[in-house]
Design a protein around this ligand. Structure first.
Ligand code: ATP
Ligand code: MG
Length: 584
């Protein structure tokens, strides 16, 4: 699948990219030099994410600039300037101090995409407490598990969410001292968020913050099993800032929209922190996905840089090519995607339907920020995740019987994607799970659990999660390649591919497919899809079996859960389904 098509980077730029020559940028890069772009706390008192994201701009005279452009579900609008965000977060930090919450204690949010979420996140960081976001769509059990594992001291939520999901289990959470309701609510044993803020002072001095102080706790998506709580520190802001500049090409004059829910790491690293450190204006949309609304938002807000995810792109593709033509998307200059492999078809669709290719990038909750990326000034090989960020050393490694690993230097050979520890946003542990953390490292590498290969030009290609790779007739088959080929067919909206154990050949490649509107499942279509895959992939790699499903099981962050397809196929227990989107 490598390099069948090359999407050349434009010859002329509307805005000169921050990274113009990859090799040169890589050779010159150092984290020490990059750190000079950050201000640090006044008086040399350390490094604090919230200071870099908010207060610095106010101190440097940019307080009147819009930080957040909020669009409510019901058509409401609210803009918050950097000065307003600074004042509100000062108040929240002050309120935490008043409650007796200490540095290092955990403050959780269980909120939709509303301004209070941003105030909570940044105010918590100012107070040097630890911020942990939860998906507002989680059910009571996943919420309880995370509040407990994360030793929650404070929870900020709404009265409706509290009543439905938290109140019934409050008794089992003795450590949860304060619940703050953003809509007052009058529930017993809770506090009124806005009343607290109103009473708190607008003046707050961030105390000395060590760059290694714990700042964020992010639970992983739970795609492969029980979610882990990844610990990040204040120094991570350096990676948020640098990756925003190099991988997302953020400039201060941009209007940026990150569509990820703040309930997972992308929504924090790139929905809150990175754009603010660049002093730009971010769009925040409270509503759920709707193709027409999204195009409308891109057009009305004149979004210039857009960061989204493969699921969303596939849903837009499903809505058709004619729809975007009804909107003025002329302000848009850069589109990026993360979260799952981005099928080549989706990259090319962007080029065709939106006039811009979609730039895939790869990272994980554990890495805290983008690690491998397609850059604005680099040719895109559709289907490739791109090249490692300057300052990040990535390699393909092979596990050895003695527990170590060795680097695989020959291009094209599959192995585990590994990173050399040392970038600022690397996780510093899994909370209360030291053994699980230690297992992520061998021979001086961080092992990502994803399989990939590197081509002769240094581009990385995702093969599949180590857990999802299929072993059939002595071959290793990555589900992504098979899914991408199925997606080329005009009838296919989504595809998930698994290995079904079979004694003689190891595993049979089996595909699950959901169809675009206007197509109906049937024997003829099944045969057509299998034949298409066989022609494109050859008999060994192509699926032998194919089932139609109305939708595929996905995590709340939009990832196809292949392990669930497999468990259901085999009639096995489904394991941890706390992050499953909705019963599918
Ligand atoms: P868990 O670790 O709990 O199973 P998860 O790995 O899905 O969940 P995240 O940290 O949210 O949790 O997701 C990171 C993973 O998502 C990566 O390890 C990779 O498998 C996948 N991923 C992210 N971006 C890409 C991409 N651009 N291409 C391919 N896969 C990607
Ligand atoms: Mg993971």
């Amino acid at each position: 699948m490598d390099a069948q098509v090359l999407v050349k980077s434009p010859a002329a730029w509307r805005v000169a990219p921050n990274l113009r020559d990859y090799e040169d940028a890589r050779a010159r890069f150092s984290w020490e030099a990059a750190e000079r772009e950050l201000a640090g706390l006044p008086g040399g008192r350390g490094l604090n994410i919230a200071h870099e994201a908010v207060d610095r701009h106010v101190l440097e005279g940019r307080g009147a600039k819009t930080a957040l452009r909020w669009r409510g579900k019901r058509g409401e609008r609210k803009d918050l300037t950097y000065a307003e965000l600074s004042a509100a977060t000062h108040r929240f930090a002050h309120a935490l101090a008043g409650l007796g919450v200490h540095a290092g204690e955990r403050v959780f949010s269980l909120l939709g995409r509303i301004p209070e979420l941003y105030v909570t996140a940044l105010g918590t960081l100012k107070h040097r407490a630890v911020y942990c976001p939860l998906f507002s769509a989680f059910g009571p059990e996943p919420i309880r598990a995370r509040l407990q594992l994360g030793d929650a001291r404070v929870l900020v939520t709404t009265s409706a969410l509290y009543r439905k999901k938290v109140a019934p289990l409050r008794a089992s959470l003795p450590g949860l001292t304060f619940v703050l309701l953003v809509d007052g609510g009058g529930e017993s044993d809770t506090l009124d968020f806005h009343a607290l803020l109103a009473r708190a002072s607008e003046r707050y001095e961030i105390q000395t913050t060590s760059p290694e102080d714990m700042a964020l706790l992010h639970f992983t998506s739970g795609t492969t099993g029980r979610p882990k709580g990844a610990i990040h520190v204040h120094r991570a802001v350096l990676a948020h800032h640098v990756t925003g500049a190099l991988a997302l090409d953020l400039h201060p004059e941009d209007i940026f929209w990150c569509t990820a829910d703040p309930g997972w790491v992308t929504g924090t690293s790139y929905g809150i922190i990175s754009p603010l450190t660049h002093g730009l204006s971010s769009v925040v949309d409270e509503a759920d996905f709707d193709a027409e609304r999204w195009y409308g938002l891109l057009a009305e807000e004149r979004v210039t840089v857009w960061y989204t995810a493969p699921t969303a792109v596939r849903m837009l593709m499903k809505a058709g090519d004619a729809l975007p033509r009804r909107f003025d998307l002329s302000a848009l200059r850069f589109i990026a995607s993360v979260g799952e492999p981005l099928n080549p078809e989706a990259v090319l669709w962007g080029q065709r339907a939106l006039g811009l290719p979609i730039h895939d990038n790869w990272w994980q909750t554990e890495t805290g920020g983008i690690m491998v990326s397609n850059y604005a000034a680099m040719d895109v090989k559709p289907g490739s995740m791109g090249r490692p960020l300057p300052g990040v050393e990535a390699a393909i490694v092979r596990r050895l019987p003695d527990g170590g690993v060795e680097e695989v230097s020959r291009p094209g050979v599959e192995g585990e994607l590994a990173l050399r520890p040392g970038w600022p946003s690397m996780f510093r542990g899994y909370l209360h799970e030291d053994e699980r953390y230690r297992k992520c490292f061998a021979s001086g590498w961080y092992l990502s659990g994803d399989l990939a290969r590197r081509d002769a030009d240094g581009y990385f290609w995702f093969v599949g999660r180590a857990d999802d790779v299929i072993k059939s007739m002595g071959h290793l088959i990555g589900p992504f390649e098979v899914e991408s080929v199925l997606l080329e067919h005009p009838a296919v909206a989504e595809a998930g591919v698994i290995g079904r154990p079979e004694p003689t050949i190891g595993e049979v490649v089996k595909a699950f497919v959901s169809l675009k509107d206007g197509f109906t499942p049937g024997e003829a279509l099944r045969r057509e899809l299998l034949a298409h895959a066989r022609t494109r992939l050859g008999a060994v790699v192509a699926p032998k079996e194919l089932d139609f499903l109305p939708t595929l099981p996905r995590t709340r962050s939009g990832k196809i859960m292949r392990r669930l397809l497999k468990a259901r196929e085999l009639g096995l227990p489904e394991g941890d389904t706390s992050t499953l989107e909705a019963p599918a």
